[in-house]
Design a protein around this ligand. Sequence first.
Ligand code: CP
Length: 308
Amino acid sequence: MSELSVRHLLGIKYLNQKDIDLIFETADHFKEVLGRPIKKVPSLRDITIANIFFESSTRTRLSFELAEKRLSADVINFSAAQSSVKKGETLIDTVNNILSMKVDMVVMRHPNPGAGIFLSRHVKASIVNAGDGAHEHPTQALLDSYSIREKLGGVGGKKVVIVGDILHSRVALSNIFALQMQGAEVRVCGPKTLIPKYVESLGVRVEPDLRTALQWCDVANMLRVQNERMDMSYFPSTREYSRQFGIDKALLESLGKEIVIMHPGPINRGVEITSDVADSHQSIILNQVENGVAIRMAVIYLLASQIK
Ligand code: CP
C-alpha cells in the first residue's frame, strides 16, 4: 500500500511530488464517495480526532469536521476562546490533557508560525496544521492545486498569479511550494509593502502591474488583505488598493481571454474582487470549498493509516 512520506502534515515544504499525487488520487476516491446518496465510509471508526482552533475559522474548521465525520472518526472540538487557555494554560499542557483522553490526531490552527512543528516534537499524536500564523496552510494549498487540476486538467505548466497580501499570507507560501512542486509557474502581484523580500529567492517573479499579471496567467488566486495581522498602514486606503489590485468585471472582460479566478476566503467583496467576479462562471471559489472536504478526508485517512 502507498504511504505518505510524513507522519504529520505540518507544511507543503515537508511533502514531495509523490505525496501530493497520492493525496490527489485518494481525494478522487473520496470525491466520488461524497457524490453518493450515503456520503459516509467506516474507514476511521477506531480513530479519535481533536480539532483545536486558537484562531477563528469558518471553512477550514467545518471542512475538517465534516471530513472526519464522513470517515466515521470520533471528533472533539476545542475553541481557545472558550477554554482554560484563557486561564493561562500552555499549549503543551492543553494538548497533553486532550491527548490523555485517548486522542489519535490533532488538527490545529494557531496564530504562531511553527506552532504545529513545536507540538509535533512534544506530543505523540499525529499533527495536522490547519494554518499557523503567516507560515503555512497546507490543506488550503492542496485543495487549491486539486481545484486547478480539476478545472484545467493538470497543474504542471500552468501559470498562476497570487495577488494581494503576500506578506501576511500562509496561503501564498503553501501555494508557492505546492504549485512549483507540480511544475506550475508562479508570480505574485500586490503593493510593494505587502510583498516579502525573500519571495524572489523562492523562484517567484514579482509583477507589480495587475493587468500585466492577469494577461500572463491562466489562474489568478486573489488573497484577502489581512488587516488583523497588520501593525501599521501598508497602503494609503482600501479604495486605492481595490483600484490597483482588485478585479472587477470590466477588467476581467478586457483581458480578451478567460482566466480562472480563485480565492481562499473569506472574501472582502468589492476590495480584492467585486461580487460579479466572485460569482461569475470563471470563479471556482465554491469548488475550492467543496474540494476541501475530499482533500481533508484524504489527508486524514492517509495519516491515520500510519497510526494503526
Ligand atoms: N481559507 C480559510 O482558511 O478560511 P477560514 O479562515 O474560514 O478557515
